[in-house]
Design a binder for this molecule. Structure first.
Ligand SMILES: Nc1ncnc2c1ncn2[C@@H]1O[C@H](COP(=O)(O)OP(=O)(O)OP(=O)(O)O)[C@@H](O)[C@H]1O
Ligand SMILES: [Mg+2]
Length: 509
């Protein structure tokens, strides 16, 4: 075998009940390269990586995988075997234990033990060493749940890198990272590459593929569509390979005229509930009109998610300011109260807050909306199914049926279920925290269309997003947050990437 090739997939086929996740996939990955993989939600990317990392042992799929010159025959404790062979993976969904510290997570199951006890000093020293080596800015002793998703992702990376890796698989590593953190990750990848480590990089962000990869494989419907040198590809070509058709524009056209102000926040200030001296919101003011999309931009850590959680009574301790819905002050002390008042939330962390993973898609979509289908305490199952089917079709949720458990869906399709659930709840104010994170280009377009539809029907939408193009493309006005407070609200006509960045970084106010 060619020594240049570290990895070869040969006719790999993997089936789940009702789904062919991988259909006769064959391609090669060269040693020391950064190899990108992209494709629509449910295309089979994560499944292929799970075969590599031993989640699916070799007797659960057809075809073969040649790794470093020999066939990868992972057996019983396949995940460990894969790790020992030098295959490291950072999964798409966070896998950390929220109540444990960063160090405990990085060395989970591999804690340094001396005389029958864990050597904590050593554990934290080793953690610090890894974090510093790769310039990951996280305190080793911090409890994971107190970190934002961005930092959590860094801990995941540290955890994978602490093994002696030949191949490092990153499954959508940047979907929650800020621009600066993405830059840092790109630097890390370059360092790894110069050390001869092969990286497999899965992402929906095409610009990243062009920035960092040597080669790209596009997958669609479980098949490998093309494997090509990045320098021979263009964005247009990639999108066409991914969705199987041309896509001219990223954002659908909208026609709407916003009405009266329906939701208003005045000088909101709040403390960290766990650390009473730390202000997480330091003067946030904005309003949203009926039928308007207000974008909220800001850097990682600017307080956007803290704002949302505070509005829902789930996080910050409010010490000043007002929240007004229809001119009436509301003081929700739980998400339930906020929802009853008329707010809805598509949360950032779909696994933690959005879904009951072991329940079916149908139940997840319709559960918060059952009152729509109930009369005299009976649930109209047909209406429930029909409405849920319609949503699922609108958002192209890829599944054999609505009865399957949400946990078996691909990451992006899980996110679509979360969105469906709240779109059906017909709220008057809908707050979406990074709604299209991890969603493929085709489905993003569908979500944007649904947002436009809702706005046209008079729903006020607040969209938080780290994707500036998306904020600029979808919003009527844009509120920029910087270090816990709101700066100027811009109309979309006056907003540019430069202007928003200047506000977000505090260069202008
Ligand atoms: N454990 C499972 N049981 C049943 N079906 C599954 C399971 N895991 C994945 N699938 C199905 O296999 C297909 C491929 O899923 P996969 O997670 O590989 O997609 P993906 O390309 O990673 O998508 P995304 O971009 O959304 O992460 C999907 O249709 C998914 O529903
Ligand atoms: Mg995936």
């Amino acid at each position: 075998m060619d020594n240049d090739i570290i990895l070869e997939f040969k006719n790999v086929t993997k089936k789940f009940p009702g789904v062919v996740a991988l259909n006769d996939v064959s391609f090669k990955i060269r040693r020391g390269e950064i190899h990108g993989i992209c494709g629509e939600n449910g295309a089979g990317k994560s499944t292929l990586m799970k075969i590599l990392s031993g989640v699916y042992p070799h007797d659960t799929y057809d075809g073969s995988v040649i790794f470093n010159g020999e066939e990868l025959l992972l057996g019983e404790s396949a995940i460990q075997e894969a790790g020992n062979k030098g295959i490291a993976i950072v999964y798409q969904e966070l896998t950390l234990v929220p109540t444990m510290s960063v160090g405990e997570n990085v060395f989970l199951g591999r804690e340094p033990v001396e005389r029958g006890a864990i050597n904590w000093n050593k554990l934290y020293a080793n953690t610090r060493e890894i974090l510093e080596k790769y310039q990951l800015d996280v305190p080793p002793q911090a409890i994971v749940k107190t970190l934002g998703v961005g930092k959590m992702q860094m801990v995941e990376i540290a955890k994978a890198l602490s093994e002696k890796a030949l191949v490092l698989i990153l499954d959508e590593p940047t979907s929650a990272l800020s621009e600066a953190e993405i830059d840092k990750l790109m630097d890390i990848l370059k360092i790894l590459k110069s050390n001869g480590i092969t990286c497999i990089y899965i992402t929906h962000k095409l610009e990243e593929l062009f920035r960092i990869t040597d080669k790209v494989t596009v997958m669609r419907d479980g098949k490998e569509i093309v494997t090509e040198e990045t320098k021979n590809l263009t964005q247009e070509k990639l999108v066409k390979y991914m969705v199987g058709r041309e896509m001219k524009e990223r954002f659908p056209k909208a026609s709407r005229t916003p009405g009266n102000v329906i939701f208003k926040v005045e000088d909101l200030q709040a403390l960290d509930p766990n650390e009473a001296t730390r202000k997480v919101l330091n003067g946030v003011s904005f309003d949203v009109r009926k039928g308007e999309i207000l974008g909220i931009a800001g850097l990682m850590g600017a307080g956007r998610t803290e704002l949302v959680m505070t509005l829902f009574g789930e996080y910050g301790k409010v010490i000043n300011g007002k929240i007004l819905l229809n001119d009436l002050e509301i003081k929700p002390s739980s998400a339930r109260e906020a929802i009853n008042a008329g707010l809805s939330l598509v949360p950032e962390d779909r696994k933690g807050m959005g879904l009951v993973l072991i329940q079916s898609i149908l139940k997840n979509i319709s559960l918060p909306n059952l009152d729509q289908f109930s009369s005299f305490f009976r649930i109209d199952a047909d209406a429930e199914l029909k409405a849920s089917m319609q949503q699922s079709k609108n958002l192209t949720i890829k599944t054999p049926s609505l009865e399957v458990a949400v946990e078996t869906l691909s990451g992006g399709n899980q996110q679509k279920v979360v969105i469906s659930k709240w779109l059906m709840s017909k709220p008057s104010v809908l707050i979406m925290d990074d709604p299209t994170r991890g969603i493929d280009v085709g489905a993003k377009y569908e979500i944007y269309k649904l947002m436009n539809d809702l706005a046209e029907k008079g729903v006020a939408i607040i969209m938080i997003s780290s994707d500036l193009e998306e904020v600029l493309g979808m919003s009527d006005r844009i509120m920029v947050m910087c270090r816990g407070h709101s700066t100027t609200t811009l109309s979309v006509a006056e907003a540019t990437v430069e202007r928003v960045m200047a506000l977000a970084t505090g260069i202008s106010s």
